[in-house]
Ligand binder design. Structure first.
Ligand SMILES: *Cc1c(COP(=O)(O)O)cnc(C)c1O
Length: 233
């Protein structure tokens, strides 16, 4: 049975190979270890294997893991990557380091107002519905620029870039298209004067496509922890 440490090694090898193919420095891609549905002890094992950044989808589950791992807190970064309802913004502003899934100005305003002044600014990405799927959350590409300008001006947030979860596709070329579209959107915002440095894209199935198109943060769960149990309820 593969261990978490061995799986992390394999994911890092995949990232390294994709960077080589793309002519990119391997340091330009950060691995975000997605630990949703896996217990705190699995996260601890990943920390021992050198990981420090963890992505979670469910706020309550994440808070429980943070508490179970409080002894490691100073070396850990917690990233919320799942949908965020406005009634959860306060607990998120108080406990997380990053939020990748900001998809409305109102959510960003609440996070900024509720971020405790003693903490560094909350690092945020805007989630973009890059494949334009009716059922998906995220801003439509046309909506991104005005929201990005408004979010960038909020005092307790630091807008870092864009995040997307493209529609699954089998072949590499089809996988690359939405990632390329997200990169172009980021480049437009940069050209408009926003200082952004993060493209959060690429998961277990499509991290190569994402790295080839410029991902700076890949969010990988299954390849590290294994297949997720179906969440109850
Ligand atoms: C679950 C999840 C991931 C990780 O997906 P894997 O396919 O398990 O690597 C990445 N990003 C988001 C937003 C997720 O919800």
């Amino acid at each position: 049975m593969a261990t978490i440490a061995a799986n992390i090694q394999q994911v890092e090898d995949r990232i390294r190979a994709a960077c080589k193919q793309a002519g990119r420095d391997v340091q330009s891609v950060t691995l975000l270890t997605v630990s949703k549905t896996f217990p705190a002890e699995a996260v601890r094992e990943a920390v021992h294997a050198g990981q420090h950044r963890f992505g979670e989808n469910y706020v309550q589950e994440a808070i429980e893991k943070m508490q179970a791992l409080a002894d490691l807190r100073p070396q850990l970064q917690w990233h919320l990557i799942g949908p965020l309802q406005s009634n959860k913004t306060r607990v998120v502003a108080e406990h997380f380091d990053w939020v990748h899934s900001v998809d409305r100005l109102k959510i960003a305003e609440r996070l900024s107002a509720q971020r405790p002044p003693g903490l560094p600014p909350l690092q945020v990405c805007l989630q973009v519905n890059i494949s334009g799927e009716a059922s998906k959350s995220g801003l439509l590409p046309d909506e991104v620029a005005p929201v990005a300008r408004a979010v960038a001006a909020l005092p307790q947030l630091r807008l870092r870039g864009l995040m997307a979860i493209p529609e699954p596709a089998e072949d590499l070329e089809r996988q690359r298209q939405p990632h390329r579209a997200l990169r172009c959107l980021l480049e437009q915002l940069q050209a408009d004067g926003l200082a952004l440095d993060t493209l959060s894209m690429g998961m277990t199935a499509d991290l190569e496509a994402a790295v080839l198109e410029g991902a700076t943060m890949v969010r990988v769960g299954t390849a590290i922890f294994g297949t997720r149990p179906r969440p109850a309820g």
